[in-house]
Design a protein around this ligand. Structure first.
Ligand SMILES: O=C(O)C1=C[C@@H](OP(=O)(O)O)[C@@H](O)[C@H](O)C1
Ligand SMILES: C=C(OP(=O)(O)O)C(=O)O
Length: 432
């Protein structure tokens, strides 16, 4: 993707498309495959920059990983003990999922590693995983007492813990479950609301037993992962959300997105768009590697403002910037609360969403834990900036489809983090 992307107003969106593979599932397939015994072939893999960082890190730990084609990856796992000490940095790039889940694996690996990332990762809190991993027995050093990258990890024998997480975070939960596999006894994690459960769905396919209730998950240590042979990755609902939003707000649109992951811990955005009055039809077509999959058909709709809060938030956490764009086109006020986690994503997504939407003439107020958006407001064209955040880049680009004069997105290359081919897919839909 070029660094500047210009999106002009569209008459309508029409047609059928697919979206790239789910990012969360792609990361996990590579990581679990890397520490499992046996070969794992991943189809529908997301060839976005974040998942490529995961591949690179595990190659540096001696795991043979081949890419037959863009979206097909084969991991030659030799078991967790097959990982070897990396002889240079493990660079996670922009990927929070890579660093937090990998720290769980490094904590249980008897060697030294040094973990770095880009300037956005350097601002994101790591103490939420470093503190419990230290309690399990891992030695972790780093900037500001180990709260930020760069981090140095010496892993080894771990003891299980019971951890009550302050935030609903699948990255924290998954990190500790992975470390728990190398610990004596039972590791238990409790969270305030249930976060995405891809780890809990995929680990059993790798032969791991775990126990779950609504907001709690536990497993006993000393279990070995063995490859299921194949993992089939559905389309990423977080990427589909940008196209769904576009079809809702551009008049006369009617589109279908096929083979999208419909895991109920991820479908909060469909629930909220429907509550706003969005005409969205969902047809479940099957299950791929333990994950529900289906087709989503969207027709442009008259929308109204809604309140989004509580246990809905973790189910649509990455979709809040695009939800804010849609809310500018809804009649009445949309209030998003309980979403303070947005401040520690690739950017402060509360501040940056408000700033970029205001450039376009939207009426947006930042609150301590969310946003208040007044609709309905016509958007005017402007220059926006992704601030290096893929979701902000795509949200402002979608706004360009309805902004008088279009939108130019600076630092648009960030979009390749999660949605390579975004511009091409949008172009296909806007040209019938
Ligand atoms: O586990 C995952 O794959 C992810 C969990 C979420 O982060 P948190 O765990 O920090 O909420 C989400 O925002 C991120 O895009 C992917
Ligand atoms: C927050 C995100 O990802 P990560 O935490 O993996 O960087 C995202 O994809 O929106």
């Amino acid at each position: 993707m070029v660094e500047t992307l210009t999106i002009q107003p569209a008459a309508s969106l029409q047609g059928e498309v697919t979206v790239p593979g789910d990012k969360s599932i792609s990361h996990r397939a590579v990581m679990f495959g890397a520490v499992a015994q046996g070969t794992t072939r991943v189809t529908g893999f997301l060839p976005g920059a974040d998942c490529l960082s995961t591949i690179d890190c595990f190659r540096r730990m001696g795991v043979a990983i081949e890419r037959e084609e863009e979206t097909v990856v084969t991991i030659h796992g030799r078991g967790w003990n097959g990982l070897t000490e990396p002889d240079s940095f493990l660079d996670v790039g922009n990927s929070g999922t890579t660093i937090r889940l990998m720290l769980g694996i490094l904590a249980g690996s008897p060697f030294y590693s040094a973990v770095i990332g880009d300037e956005s990762i350097a601002r994101r809190p790591m103490d939420r995983v470093v503190e419990p991993l230290r309690r399990m027995g891992a030695q972790i050093e780093g900037r500001k007492g180990g709260s930020f990258t760069p981090l140095g990890v010496r892993g080894g024998n771990l003891s299980s813990i019971e951890h009550v997480s302050r935030v609903a975070s699948a990255q924290v939960k998954s990190c500790l479950l992975l470390a728990g596999l190398r610990a004596d006894g039972i590791t238990r994690i409790q969270e305030p609301y249930r976060s995405r459960d891809h780890t809990e769905r995929m680990l059993p396919a790798f032969g791991i037993e775990l126990q779950q209730s609504e907001n709690e998950v536990s497993l006993s240590g000393d279990q070995q992962l063995s490859s299921p042979g194949e993992v089939r990755v559905p389309g990423d609902i977080s990427s589909a959300a940008f196209l769904i939003a576009a079809a809702l707000i551009v008049p006369n649109s009617h589109i279908t997105i096929r083979n999208v992951g419909l895991n109920p811990t991820r479908t909060g955005i469909l629930d909220s768009f429907r509550e706003m009055g969005g005409a969205i039809e969902i047809v479940e077509t099957g299950e791929w590697s333990g994950e529900a999959v289906g087709d989503i058909t969207v027709t442009s709709s008259a929308l109204k403002g809604v309140e989004v809060k509580g246990d809905r938030i973790p189910r649509l956490i990455d979709e809040i910037p695009i939800l804010a764009v849609v809310a500018t086109q809804a009649n009445g006020r949309t209030v998003i609360r309980d979403a303070a986690e947005l401040k520690v994503k690739e950017t402060n997504r509360i501040a940056v969403t408000a700033q970029e939407m205001r450039r376009l003439g939207a009426v947006v107020e930042e609150t301590a834990d969310g946003l208040v958006i007044e609709g309905r407001t016509p958007l005017k064209g402007s220059h926006c900036n992704s601030h290096g955040d893929h979701r902000i880049g795509m949200a402002t680009a979608i706004a360009g489809l309805i902004a008088d004069g279009g939108v130019t997105v600076g630092r648009a290359g960030a979009i390749d983090i999660s949605f390579p081919g975004f511009e091409h897919t949008l172009h296909r839909l806007t040209n019938g």
